[in-house]
Ligand binder design. Structure first.
Ligand code: MN3
Length: 243
């Protein structure tokens, strides 16, 4: 191997994607070792930006602790394992388990991405959480959904009606600069290409069952009290800036 190629393997770094900054999920791209199958990113669990009990009474401390420390950590571990297995498959030229690890990377990657966003688009009620969006975000919502009340009705209905485990989501679509309300199943299904999440509510049972049991609708209705609209607006701005 010539020296320039060797230097590439030792020093190559790739600028962080806009999505990484926008979500705030900690990750570090390591330089690729020769023969390793390519660079690996180490994903790590982000800290919660508030205490476990900060969202009470709307989301209880025990749910937040288990959700962040156990469920989200599980997706981080699963994503790291899947990406490592895919690199090992490339190194060996053995793709016998390609379907398994591709699916696992999508599921766990979706879980890590969406939970990293979820913690940040919430804040304690009355201290950054709740109320209504203002400024440009308020104008976009009125333009794209008719009114804030229309948006809330659409989003709430979508979140309540997700079949099984999933998410109510708001995406930003750079091609026409508008917001979309979507349903997501599991951590990765039903999402169209070409748009990015800027806001979402986790409606897996692990997100609400201790406090609300089977009453997902009450959890979704109460969630408006902890939405951090400033963060949602910042997520939209970050995507507009990177488009
Ligand atoms: Mn969850």
């Amino acid at each position: 191997m010539d020296n320039s190629r060797r230097d590439f393997f030792k020093t190559a770094t790739v600028p962080a994607l806009a999505a990484a900054a926008f979500i705030g999920a900690p990750m570090a791209l390591a330089a690729a070792e020769e023969g390793s199958g390519g660079a690996l990113t180490e994903h790590t669990l982000p800290d919660l930006p508030y205490a476990f009990d900060a969202l009470e009474p709307f989301i209880d401390a025990k749910t937040m602790q288990i959700h962040h420390d156990k469920h989200h950590q599980g997706y981080v571990n699963g994503l790291n394992a899947a990406e490592k297995a895919l690199a090992e498959a490339r190194a060996k030229g053995d793709f016998a388990l390609i379907q398994h690890y591709s699916r696992s990377a999508a599921f766990n990657g979706g879980g890590h991405f969406l939970h990293s966003m979820f913690w940040k688009v919430m804040a304690p009620a009355g201290k950054g959480g709740g109320g209504e969006p203002t400024g440009e975000l308020a104008d976009m919502i009125a333009r794209d959904f008719g009114s804030f009340e229309g948006f809330k009705a659409h989003f709430g209905a979508a979140a309540k009606a997700v079949e099984g485990s999933g998410w109510g989501l708001v995406h930003y679509r750079p091609a026409d600069g508008r917001l979309l309300v979507l349903q997501g199943e599991n951590q990765h299904k039903l999402s169209p290409w070409g748009s990015m999440p800027v806001m979402g509510i986790d409606v897996w049972e692990h997100a609400y069952y201790l406090n609300y049991q089977n009453n997902r609708a009450a959890y979704v209705d109460n969630w408006w009290n902890v939405v951090n609209w400033e963060q949602v607006a910042a997520n939209v701005k970050a995507l507009q800036a990177s488009a």
